[in-house]
Design a protein around this ligand. Sequence first.
Ligand code: GH3
Ligand code: MG
Ligand code: MG
Ligand code: MG
Length: 308
Amino acid sequence: MPLTQPGAAPLQPAIGPPGRRPRLLIVDDQPVNIQALHRVFAGDCQVLMATDGARALQVCRERQPDLVLLDVQMPGMDGHELCAELKADPLLRAIPIIFVTAQDRPEDETRALDAGAADFITKPFNPTVVRARVRTQLTLKAQADLLRELAFIDGLTGVHNRRHFDERFIAEARRAQRSRSPLAIVLADVDHFKRYNDALGHLAGDDCLRRVAGALRTCLRRPTDLLARYGGEEFVSLLPDTDLAGAIGVAQLMEDTVRALALPHPGVQGSVTISLGVSAGLQPTGLVAAADRALYLAKAAGRGRVNW
Ligand code: GH3
Ligand code: MG
Ligand code: MG
Ligand code: MG
């Protein structure tokens, strides 16, 4: 039965996506210890559990918890080793780690904090204090996530930026290889955009990029699909779990949707179009380069088309 203190403050931080229950990973080799912590958090958190370090690492990679409650003494990989592994991984190092341990010497605590732990709680613990400390770390994590999110948005168009694409690409490439599901890339480049600027001026050019970005965004269907501004007048889509045929379909929809905006382009006596290059596969290496080659060929073949 979940132990929810009367009047206990909610754990979900006020910032961040509303209604999303914080995801906690409890790591301890003794199930009875996991149960004790589970009772404290099951009421308002999504609780994941692992009884050894290797499994915990796997859970972190697959489920990206918001916080880890970590025992120190465990057979195999111990808490300190797991903490070092998590802090060494660029995709996992932002997850706060709270040590929960029976070792209460100052040097144990110092060692944990030096290794990057966010906090240190000794067993036996007081449930109310554990909740308060977890809440503090979840709030800090939500603030950090929000700042990261803002740092990953393109200021002109509001879609994600290149930095975010690069990071997601690493994560999705890993996932694709692990799950043996294809990953697809669609590169889109506005045709004769230099002439557009020359004819209408840079402010109109900026406005055109915003309109194109908005149109491209409507072409993505899954929550895991990503649209980013790749560079000047180039956009990139990252489509997990999508094969070449599926990605070509998305690219064709993008071509149609931008054409349907019917934005007059005085430099070509027509309307604004985009050219697109598509690639897909299980092997992420060379995927972007292949989409780029396909895009180049779409340009050479006359623009306003999809190539793969
Ligand atoms: P192509 O069809 O071969 O792609 O020709 P293009 O003229 O679109 O390509 P090119 O690379 O020669 O020129 C891209 C232009 O995009 C030049 C640059 O000034 C413009 N551009 C890049 N970023 C921005 C931006 O943020 N705002 C505006 N207005 N223009 C931009
Ligand atoms: Mg233990
Ligand atoms: Mg270009
Ligand atoms: Mg261009």
